[in-house]
Design a protein around this ligand. Structure first.
Ligand code: ATP
Ligand code: MG
Length: 200
């Protein structure tokens, strides 16, 4: 008897949830490309971006990727995704605190940004990923107004993913979806090395 009451209560609760979800799904009628930002200090921003790329190419979409900070050329996402015709533009200079050469970094950032701008203006791309873009804005390597204008004026069906910590507020303002990844723990803090297949 007790079990039957619980089962019935569960059913009623699920039914209510379903009605709420159904009505929200019915209300979301707009179809257009969106801007997603994965930010915060926790691990998972770039992996979320490349998860989205994997999803997109699984539906036959055309994807372009710009990576603004990358010390490691042998990165797993490139190795896999370029075999699936995902176009990559990788800033080859490594991490800024390793190169210590601001002028060189700015030049490298601009070169990758030119490719990004071209992809953001081209309707053939369904998805453009700007991985680690936030640092280029925080260091003033790129002009925020130019970046915002290129994103806002992109083809209407095109989606854009931006990753990186400390996202500029103007970028957050124009974004449709913003996820802030919060670090609860990170293996590195207990002395465990970064490893291929997990960290790059
Ligand atoms: P991932 O590429 O693993 O999704 P991310 O994009 O969220 O990480 P980045 O700041 O771009 O974070 O980090 C790149 C590298 O730094 C990765 O190897 C990642 O494991 C590591 N990392 C990310 N967050 C932390 C953290 N809170 N503490 C220590 N290392 C981190
Ligand atoms: Mg990252």
């Amino acid at each position: 008897m007790e079990t039957r009451t619980n089962t019935e209560r569960h059913r009623q609760r699920q039914q209510k949830i379903k009605e709420r979800v159904d009505s929200r799904v019915a209300a979301a009628t707009e179809r257009k490309g969106i801007v997603l930002v994965f930010t915060g200090n926790g691990k998972g921003k770039s992996t979320a971006a490349f998860g989205t790329v994997t999803r997109a190419i699984g539906h036959g979409k055309t994807v372009g990727v710009a990576q603004f900070i990358k010390g490691q050329w042998d990165n797993g996402e490139y190795n896999t995704l370029h075999q699936h015709n995902v176009e990559f533009h990788i800033m080859g200079t490594g991490f800024t605190w390793e190169t210590q050469n601001r002028e060189e970094d700015i030049q490298a950032a601009h070169a990758v940004w030119q490719e990004s701008k071209r992809m953001l203006a081209d309707a053939r791309y369904d998805l453009v990923v700007l991985d680690e873009l936030t640092y280029m804005l925080a260091y003033h390597y790129l002009d925020i107004q130019e970046v915002i204008a290129s994103i806002v004026n992109r083809p209407s069906h095109q989606s854009v993913v931006v990753t990186g910590r400390g996202c500029h507020s103007q970028l957050l303002d124009i974004a449709d979806t913003v996820s802030e990844i919060r670090p609860v723990k990170h293996a590195f803090d207990s002395g465990i090395q970064a490893q291929s297949g997990i960290d790059w």
